[in-house]
Ligand binder design. Structure first.
Ligand SMILES: [Zn+2]
Length: 446
């Protein structure tokens, strides 16, 4: 492999961490529309500094930053990353300031270090290492760095639909990944889709004395009954036609699944549960993990929740639900089916507000690039687990028609993405850079 390149990476580890800290000091919180322009400019500058041509694409929301270098190689590798982060609240649960990254015991703490600024910076630094050591890049490189991943990539289609030539490549590395609960590196070949809605019921113009519940309608009860109609006691979703069109697993996926150990006992311990949903274990659990859609209540609000008692009949009740979708499902279709489900069951008073939605996508488990990533990982980290899909979501569907993507990264199971004390292991960050060098190397022989 390119020893001068990996040596440069190791010799300059502190400098690349410093760049990561600089990026993390800007609170680029997409949900609050904060710091996005500033961060996009900084990312563009960093891409330019390592020798890429760049462009900032304005959208109706945050800009999409692209960078590329065409060295005339046979193969082209594309990176997808995002420069926005989740809000850092509640701040008081952080042991250090979320936007003042610091290293403690070999871990770098700060909002965005794992999701997704660490992965963004080390990939840029790999190119810096090629440039600074005067090593010829054996593949062409493209970057797409967006700024609204954490709010459902709402405006990314404006970019991807107009730039299908740019996003066409031989292979791509998606934003995230890392070591699992057993310390073994994981690659994710797909992402589930999502359909996120708010449900609201308003039955009175204002809250009233709860004694009148004998004659007035109760919004909270209406909402609870409506929610109760969505799933049965085994979490089977009861919306008519919900499971229609779901693509079955391929033979190759079933083979890949056999090699996976979900470490049921470790997970039970880690999350404080006696058993998984419906007592699932083994193959059944794996099939649910990779192949089941969900209907999950993310939050539920109504009436008085303060100290002691307060007898009130709340006028309104609301909740937020995310449906994770698998291949063959579409959020617009589920939206229609959910509306029909409520109407057919007498819940015409439940208002649905659509927040975000997109379908699932996967790279085939037998794609040659999967082997390339596996070999590259072997030379740096060792063993790797190949997951046909993550149970999480991302806008992979916008890309995978044009470029097969595999998601690997510098996180680990303690990274706490989206939570207080988000962190990465600095050593994983260093090795993740070596792994990208190895991917580039392997890809040049493809
Ligand atoms: Zn995220």
């Amino acid at each position: 492999m390119h020893e001068s390149v990996t040596k440069f990476i190791d010799d300059n580890l502190d400098n690349s961490i410093e760049d990561l800290k600089i990026l993390c000091r800007i609170p680029s919180v997409a949900a609050k529309n904060e710091g996005l322009e500033e961060t996009s400019s900084l990312v563009e500058k960093m891409l330019k500094d390592v020798g890429l041509e760049t462009k900032v694409h304005e959208t109706s929301g945050a800009p999409v930053v692209t960078g590329w270098i065409d060295v005339g190689a046979k193969r082209t590798l594309l990176f997808y990353n995002h420069y926005d982060v989740q809000p850092a609240e509640p701040f008081d649960l952080w042991d250090s300031h979320p936007f003042e990254p610091e290293i403690r015991n070999g871990r770098l703490y700060g909002r965005g270090v794992a999701d997704n600024k660490g992965d963004t910076i080390y990939r840029i630094w790999v190119l810096k290492a090629f440039k600074e050591t005067g090593t010829d890049l054996p593949v062409n490189i493209k970057f797409v760095v967006e700024g609204e991943e954490e709010i459902g990539s709402v405006n990314l289609p404006e970019y991807t639909e107009k730039n299908t030539d740019f996003i066409t490549a031989d292979a791509g590395i998606w934003e995230f990944g890392g070591a699992g609960i057993d310390g073994i590196q994981e690659a994710w070949l797909g992402l589930k889709g999502i359909f996120f809605v708010e449900l609201e019921v308003e039955r009175l113009v204002r809250d009233v004395h709860s004694s009148t519940a004998c004659v007035f309608p109760a919004a909270a009860s209406r909402l609870v009954w409506a929610l109760n109609s969505i799933k049965d006691g085994n979490s089977r979703i009861l919306i008519d036609g919900f499971y229609d069109g779901i693509k079955p697993f391929t033979d190759a996926e079933i083979e890949a699944m056999k090699k996976i150990d979900l470490h049921e006992d470790l997970q039970k311990k880690e999350y404080g549960i006696d058993e998984f949903l419906n007592g699932m274990t083994g193959d059944e659990l794996k099939k649910a993990y990779y192949g089941d859609p969900t209907a999950n209540i993310c939050g539920l609000t109504s009436g008085y929740q303060g100290k002691g008692s307060m007898t009130v009949l709340p006028a309104k009740a609301s909740c937020k639900i995310d449906f994770r979708l698998v291949e063959g499902m579409h959020p617009d279709d589920i939206h229609k089916k959910l509306r029909k489900h409520f109407d057919d069951n007498g819940f015409t008073d439940v208002k649905i507000t659509y927040f975000e939605g997109y379908p699932a996508a996967k790279t085939p488990v037998d794609h040659p690039f999967v082997k390339i990533v596996e070999r590259a990982n072997q030379s740096v980290f060792g063993e790797m687990k190949i997951h046909m899909t993550s149970p999480g979501s991302g806008p992979l569907y916008l890309f995978n028609k044009y470029v097969p993507m595999v998601s690997i990264g510098c996180g680990d199971h303690l990274s706490k993405a989206h939570s207080p004390n988000e962190s990465i292991v600095v050593e994983n960050y260093r090795k993740a850079m070596h792994r990208i060098v190895a991917v580039i190397d392997e890809m040049s022989r493809w």
